[in-house]
Design a protein around this ligand. Structure first.
Ligand code: ASP
Length: 339
């Protein structure tokens, strides 16, 4: 066979393969944290939260429709939510016991299993962008505290004064938690309000590739350099070729159950769908241990699930028609792709 006919044959053979690999309809699913209750939100706060969720969806979806990778859509959506004071991530993060904001974030690329994470940063405006830099521009997966901030400076990632993250609402939540703790009223572990508002995103791009990311301030009144599940790959965030997950909730339980990875493992090995795998971990395993929270799950064929076991979870998705769909409370139905 001549070189040119061999080339022609290989082109003919490769075209159908390439076309089928590019068949995915882009989808983006986000959350803004589990644990929210109606009494937590004034009408103005509720509409601001819904608007922020829609804005994050539209921004991330524009990235996908421009043909860019899932990873970029995830960081675009999370950046919007980090910048919005409604959520417990970036500006508006919860306070530690000693009145600081210590931020955690992680990101994972399903196609390559590359991942980046940061924990306990106090001056990084958008921790998800630093997690991305760790993944793309370092040989490491996770950096913490001052070292992570030094790396941020070396990468030109914007740093801010720690006061940037402060909101009065979060400060008051800390004061309430401290008072309750001092009077022995509410043990930290029983108060859902101490861990809501984390943000996360999972995306499927036009090439059928998945990514997941999560960003948080952690839990109100946390101490001793406590790190939750959000920056831990396999606990709060996981993505592979078939599945992407971002979790939110009582982080210790997500770490102990390797929650995000467990959902993906169930999909891969047990052939469960996102709804079934999400339910097994979020509505069965975690509550059985005494934990609570939720997750967003997306499969490579575009099926999504948003399981949670609390009274609400800020959540939303956007698909082919470019219309953002959002919900907050458990009583709201949110029809999802593939369900
Ligand atoms: N999972 C986060 C943590 O434990 C908190 C949350 O999702 O609300 O740090």
């Amino acid at each position: 066979m001549s070189r040119s006919s061999a080339l022609l044959l290989s082109l003919c053979l490769s075209i159908p393969l390439a076309a089928s690999a590019a068949a995915a309809e882009p989808v983006l699913v986000i959350h803004g944290g589990a644990g929210v209750e109606r009494r937590d939100l004034s009408p103005a706060e509720e509409s601001a939260a819904r608007a922020a969720l829609r804005q994050a969806l539209v921004k991330g979806h524009a990235v996908l429709t421009a043909g860019k990778p899932a990873l970029e859509a995830v960081t675009a959506a999370i950046t919007v939510l980090e910048d919005d004071p409604t959520f417990n991530a970036g500006k508006g993060a919860v306070f530690t016991h000693d009145g600081r904001n210590e931020l955690d974030a992680s990101l994972m690329d399903g196609a390559t299993l590359k991942a980046g994470a940061v924990a306990g940063v106090q001056r990084v405006r958008n921790p998800i962008l630093l997690a991305e830099a760790v993944m793309q521009h370092s040989p490491h997966v996770m950096m913490v505290g001052q070292g992570a901030e030094a790396f941020a400076s070396s990468q030109g990632i914007p740093l801010v004064d720690p006061s940037y993250f402060r909101t009065d609402k979060r400060w008051q939540q800390l004061q309430k938690a401290l008072k309750e703790e001092a009077s022995g009223q509410a043990p930290v572990e029983l108060d859902t309000a101490r861990h809501f508002g984390t943000v996360g995103a999972v995306a499927l791009d036009k090439d059928g590739k998945l990514a997941a990311g999560t960003s948080t301030g952690g839990m109100t009144n946390k101490r001793y350099g406590r790190v939750g599940d959000s920056p831990i790959i396999g606990a709060g965030t996981y993505a592979d070729a078939g599945c992407a997950v971002s979790g939110t909730g009582w982080g210790e339980y997500y770490i102990r159950t390797a929650a995000a990875h467990d959902i993906c493992a169930r999909m891969q090995y047990l052939k469960q769908g996102p709804v079934e795998a999400g339910r097994a971990v979020i509505n069965e395993r975690i509550p059985a241990l005494g934990g609570d929270g939720g997750a967003i799950v997306l499969s490579a064929d575009g099926r999504a699930a948003t399981p949670f076991n609390t009274q609400g979870m800020y959540r939303g998705w956007i698909g082919a028609d470019g219309v953002p769909h959002v919900a907050i409370f458990a009583s709201e139905t949110l029809p999802l792709p593939g369900q």
